[in-house]
Design a protein around this ligand. Structure first.
Ligand SMILES: [Zn+2]
Length: 107
């Protein structure tokens, strides 16, 4: 039984932004998918912002019914542009990976 499927998924963190040289906000997205299996940008992903939440899902993971969606609280409407950040969510990704390892879910 996969417990993660039964529990509602929790917020993973807060969507962060940077400002480009013209002062426009750029959303920073995690560079790895939530399950840690894929580098987003190599794998396809989908990012949507609605109801104050950014959902970033990995299309490669979505097929096996896992909890593959990053849920990040968004404090502003989705900016026009977004980019992947290796560093920004590093601890978040690491934390997920460690939990997956302890739970024996790493495949
Ligand atoms: Zn993935």
């Amino acid at each position: 039984m996969d417990r993660q499927l039964l529990e509602p998924s929790q917020m993973d963190g807060t969507l962060t932004y940077r400002y480009d040289s013209t002062g426009r906000p750029v959303a920073l997205l995690p560079a790895r998918c939530k399950l840690g299996r894929h580098t987003l940008g190599h794998a396809q992903f989908r990012a949507v912002v609605r109801n104050g939440e950014a959902h970033i899902s990995c299309l490669a993971c979505a097929t096996n019914g896992a909890d593959d969606v990053w849920r990040l609280a968004a404090t502003a409407p989705a900016p026009d542009s977004a980019e992947l950040s290796q560093e920004r969510y590093f601890e978040l990704v690491l934390h997920r990976a460690n939990r997956a390892l302890t739970a024996g879910r790493w495949t």
